[in-house]
Design a protein around this ligand. Structure first.
Ligand code: NAG
Length: 324
């Protein structure tokens, strides 16, 4: 979501197309579902994931870094707004955005993608201990001499390997449990025939407990199954109903149900044949002007991260429950 990337431009276009008065009205309207609001110092938050073990959301800063939004222990409903506290700020990565995050609970750590979203000249994956916030590794994925890239989102498999999507180069970096760059997964299916559909390509990614990855291509709406038990075989998951174009972050709600954040805010996708085919079985429309970019599951409920904070001097962000 660079300041001059197509994704960011489309966001600006969307926002400037909505008159301020309508935004005010939308903001004042009573939300139809439960919302966690939190105060923040930044305008843009790409991703929020629920860390159930520590009763908090971990959020990624577009200006670089990570924050935590702790839930008070008891009876907290939705007010007063929660507070975002910075937990990671890497001076070494200044100028890069922090984007997709994945919580690797068995290893008590969080993985976060960092990228140069303006020049597409740098990408890295970092891992931090969830108790101490010590950095466990920082692995460079892409250098200025490589093809242009946009490291965007990350998933972690049962062994702790991480898979990072490249929304620009349409490939996936595989990083080992200790942070070593192992390989790059490429496939002709990842690239659309129409050039403009590749402006924002491989994006949200999840690991399915049966040993495969599910990945979305944003502008084409294609959903891929990458079978790690069959030598990273890539197949397009046939959509029997609905469309997934403008799909962004993903999260599994169960082994047969996948949530796709984006526009519309949320779509629920179901597969009954091990993700060879799937159907869109529900949609949720939240605060559009805030732009849903990531999904997470808290106590069996789906919550959508929204990228845009609103308010002054403190920006107020919204993590909105999606009901399908
Ligand atoms: C991103 O971080 C790398 C590593 O420190 C740095 O070389 C690069 O200049 C940063 N990118 C931007 C756009 O500042």
């Amino acid at each position: 979501m660079a300041f001059c990337s197509p994704k960011f431009l489309s966001l600006l276009l969307l926002l400037s197309a909505i008159p301020i008065g309508i935004i005010v009205t939308l903001e004042r309207a009573k939300p139809a579902t439960h919302v966690y609001h939190y105060h923040s110092n930044g305008w843009f938050r790409e991703c929020a994931k629920w860390d159930s073990h520590n009763r908090r959301f971990i959020v990624s800063f577009f200006e670089g870094g990570l924050g935590q939004v702790l839930l008070p222990e008891k009876d907290y409903e939705s007010s007063p707004p929660l507070e975002e506290v910075t937990v990671v700020k890497e001076t070494h990565l200044a100028g890069n955005a922090s984007l997709g995050i994945a919580i690797d609970a068995p290893r008590n750590r969080v993985l976060v993608v960092n990228a140069d979203v303006i020049g597409n000249r740098y990408g890295a994956l970092a891992a931090y201990d969830l108790s101490t916030w010590n950095r466990l590794f920082l692995t460079q994925l892409s250098a200025p001499s490589d093809e242009k890239s946009f490291a965007d989102d990350v998933a972690v498999d049962a062994e702790g390997n991480a898979y990072v999507t490249d929304a620009k180069g349409n490939k996936i970096w595989k990083v080992g449990v200790e942070g070593k760059l192992i390989s790059i997964i490429r496939n002709p299916l990842f690239t659309s025939k129409e050039w403009y559909k590749n402006l924002v390509g491989l994006n949200g990614i999840v690991y399915h407990p049966d040993g495969f990855l599910i990945v979305i291509h944003t502008f084409s709406g294609n959903l891929f199954k990458i079978d790690l038990t069959k030598g990273e075989e890539v197949k397009i998951i046939k959509l029997k109903e609905g469309t997934l174009s403008f799909g962004d972050g993903l999260e599994l709600l169960s082994p047969t149900k996948l949530v796709v954040a984006g526009n519309p805010s949320g779509r629920l996708v179901e597969s009954t044949d091990g993700w060879n085919t799937a159907s869109v079985v529900g949609t949720f429309s939240g605060p559009k002007h805030r732009l849903a970019t990531a999904a997470t599951v808290k106590d069996g409920k789906v919550y959508l991260n929204h990228m845009v904070g609103i308010g002054y001097p403190k920006k107020k962000h919204a993590i909105v429950e999606a009901v399908f």
